[in-house]
Design a protein around this ligand. Structure first.
Ligand code: GDP
Ligand code: GDP
Length: 440
């Protein structure tokens, strides 16, 4: 599972500047999809080969009893509880404040790994900028400049080393990787019917058998079979464990949802037809899109709706989730067990599309067809020349196009190519990525 790093600190110490720096390398195509809303508090970062999740906790007033500050403190507490390590940012220009001490007390009680990090330290001497902060008793501070990037790379590497060191100590046995069929994650906001759907898929008996206590931080994998096909349900979010021993777990966790998504082959996004599509739904959809996982959308609680309401929700879907048009939508009732068969057929075909193997000759032929039909535009005197394509990855399929001056290809043309490959190879239910490699 990807390690989780939480950024904590007073307002204005530079948390969101650091967050942006850590999560910057995003697929540009994802960035400008119309309608896609992003949750700027959760993101994925990568240093070298090592991916991680990062949470920006916003402002933190640990003492606030009510109001927005109290709400933010609650969110911060959840983030810290879910994190493997905490980067505690302080402001090197301002020096130590009483508020920093309060946060330190809270972090110490949390039992998490804490790295004390002095930000805004560009152009300052280590001893000067850190002197104040030894009083916090968190050891030698790290110094960075989030705005300029100084020290950020090393900081993340150290953080990840810490996390992985701790993890190895925790679990001596190496995880066994066995063939588990299609890895499926069911995600959605609270009360959309995830548990009910899991029950419908697994059957009550199986559910009881697998309802065993584990720690809240584990990812639980539940194998099941349906119509002769093997699946593994990734239940990082603890769908199954709620309401019994684990009542105390927060009902919804973005971090666990993100982890479920990243461990799955296919994500089943569940929506509630009795409610409007909310910002939270759109955020989750955005996470799935960024992950590149295959996707099937289930609109649940379709039973007992008036036809007016059904029309309404269809319009709402078109308007708010148009960026998911590559996926199949199913109207289902988890409670009445209707529509589940076709839904699972789409899961199978989305998986097949995501895992497709495309040979270089086939891809190159499709590329030639696309170019014949429409040439990429010149950029000044430069005409991009695409020569051949090969497949560079699965889940999502990546088409790598080789040629010359490919930097000059614009996003519109890239989208045109994506659509052409998608149609040529009937790729429904999976995102498709196009990458360019120029020879010269
Ligand atoms: P947050 O409230 O903790 O998320 O803080 P922000 O990231 O919004 O930063 C607050 C202010 O500090 C902004 O004006 C930033 O430009 C500035 N800032 C952030 N990082 C640095 C840094 O490394 N050096 C300097 N000089 N300013 C910074
Ligand atoms: P979760 O929080 O996403 O796991 O949601 P639950 O499975 O706990 O369901 C929340 C509520 O919605 C429960 O009261 C369910 O009985 C109800 N529910 C779930 N699926 C359906 C459905 O298909 N139709 C109707 N009418 N209610 C449903």
């Amino acid at each position: 599972m990807k390690p989780v790093i939480a950024l904590v600190g007073r307002p204005n110490v530079g948390k969101s500047t650091l967050f942006n720096r850590l999560t910057r390398s995003r697929d540009a195509l994802v960035a400008d999809l119309p309608g896609l809303t992003r949750d700027r508090h959760y993101g994925e970062g990568r240093v070298g080969e090592r991916p991680f999740l990062v949470i920006d906790t916003g402002g933190f007033e640990p003492v606030a009893k009510e109001g927005i500050m109290h709400e933010m403190a609650k969110q911060t507490k959840q983030a810290v509880a879910e994190a493997d390590a905490v980067i505690f940012l302080v402001d090197g220009r301002q020096g130590l404040t009483p508020h920093d001490k309060t946060i330190t007390d809270f972090l110490r009680k949390s039992g998490r790994q804490v790295l004390l990090v002095v930000n805004k330290s560009e152009g300052m001497k280590y001893t000067t900028v850190t002197a104040d902060f030894y009083e916090l008793g968190l050891g030698d501070p790290y110094v960075i400049s989030a705005a300029h990037g100084d020290g950020v790379h090393d900081l993340v590497n150290e953080t990840l080393d810490l996390v992985f060191g701790a993890r190895q100590a925790e679990q001596e046995e190496p995880e066994e990787k066995q063939e588990s069929g299609i890895k499926l994650a069911i995600v959605g906001r609270p009360n959309v019917g995830k548990s009910t759907l899991v029950n419908a898929l697994l059957g009550e008996e199986r559910v009881i058998a697998f309802d065993m206590p584990g720690t809240t931080r584990d990812s639980i994998e539940i194998p099941f079979e349906r119509e002769g096909k093997h699946y593994t349900l990734i239940d990082t979010a603890g769908i199954r464990r709620r309401g019994k021993v684990f009542e105390a777990i927060e009902k919804f966790s973005v971090v666990k949802t993100l982890q479920s998504i990243s461990e799955a082959n296919v994500v089943l996004l569940l929506l509630d037809a009795q409610q409007d599509i909310s910002e939270q739904d759109a955020h989750i959809a955005g996470f799935i899109l960024e992950s590149g996982r295959a996707l099937v959308v289930g609109i649940n609680k379709w039973d007992g709706l008036t036809s007016d309401r059904r029309d309404e929700i269809k319009i709402d879907l078109d308007r708010k989730l148009s960026f998911l048009s590559f996926a199949k939508f199913h109207f289902i009732s988890a409670l009445k067990s209707t529509g589940i068969g076709p839904l699972m057929k789409s899961v199978n075909s989305a998986y097949a599309a995501a895992m497709i193997n495309l040979s270089t000759p086939k891809l190159t032929r499709a590329l030639e067809e696309a170019v014949e039909h429409q040439q990429p535009r010149r950029k000044g005197s430069i005409r991009p020349k695409m020569r051949y394509a090969h497949q560079g990855g699965q889940n999502p399929p990546i088409v790598v196009i080789h040629g010359n001056a490919l930097d000059a290809i614009d996003d519109n043309y890239k989208r045109y190519l994506e659509k052409h490959f998608r149609e040529t190879f009937s790729l429904i239910g999976t995102p498709l990525r196009i990458e360019f490699r120029s020879g010269k």
